[in-house]
Ligand binder design. Structure first.
Ligand SMILES: C[S@@+](CC[C@H](N)C(=O)[O-])C[C@H]1O[C@@H](n2cnc3c(N)ncnc32)[C@H](O)[C@@H]1O
Length: 222
């Protein structure tokens, strides 16, 4: 599997204010793993519980926004010339990275399960949809890029709404100490053999980018 993923050397150093984070025993780890392996585990009941949980955390969630939430994605955007015009951010929460995405793509849409989170987004001109990433309300091939920051991976659904040449950028802002975390290898495994990827540790985070049509060779050599 790892042959399909090129690991890039760390570029940004770890920040001195790195949050402590969690380990593999955190309850979210089991959920994120289960969904990545089989979306059958994402039941209406589980979806309702997760929505309730994030609605209950929405009032002060934006206080977590800061450089460590954005720098890994900022690096991807700077280093890889991500192709395409249409970008979907799944699990956008209070919109910590929508402001990075909106100037770079012609159309950016944010989706989140929790209305409480979406109410806190302050990003003019970005359409926001309350919806479930396990049942995205979009036609097949609607997006050239899906961005997931500290969000669940729904492999079948993400592949359905990505265009044939589309890419997924998956970011864990506190690396393997992030509660909703999957390693780049696990993301690649869940997407399947048709996808290749590139990944790097960056600041406090780790990012990976996957596509059926890899486009990053030039950027990697740069
Ligand atoms: C850990 S928070 C991350 C929020 C934001 N990306 C950030 O880094 O600040 C996870 C987000 O995913 C949302 N979420 C959880 N399950 C989801 C689903 N099935 N579909 C869409 N959003 C979901 C939650 O409501 C929450 O806003």
């Amino acid at each position: 599997m790892s042959e399909r993923i090129t690991k890039w050397e760390r570029v940004l150093p770890e920040r001195s204010d790195r949050p402590e984070g969690v380990d593999g025993s955190h309850p979210m780890r089991a959920v994120v793993e289960q969904i990545a392996s089989s979306e059958e585990g994402w039941t209406q009941e589980r979806s309702a519980k997760v929505r309730e949980l994030f609605d209950s955390m929405a009032s002060d969630w934006a206080e977590r926004n800061g450089p460590d939430r954005t720098e890994a994605l900022a690096e991807v955007l700077e280093r890889l010339s991500l192709p395409g015009r249409r970008c979907l951010e799944v699990g956008c929460g209070t919109g910590s990275v929508l402001g990075l995405l909106s100037p770079r793509f012609e159309a950016v849409v944010g989706v989140d399960l929790a209305m409480g989170m979406l109410r806190k987004v302050d990003c003019d001109g970005v359409p926001l949809i309350q919806g479930d990433a396990g049942r995205l309300p979009f036609a097949d091939g609607s997006f050239d890029l899906i961005v997931a920051v500290n969000a669940f991976l729904f492999p079948r659904e993400f592949k359905r709404v990505l265009s044939p040449s589309g890419s997924l950028v998956f970011v864990s802002s506190n690396g393997d100490r992030t509660p909703i975390y999957l390693s780049p290898d696990r993301v690649g495994e869940a997407l399947g053999e048709e996808f290749s990827g590139v990944s790097a540790e960056s600041g406090n985070g780790v990012w990976s980018c996957f596509s059926r049509r890899p486009f990053w060779d030039e950027a990697m050599g740069a």
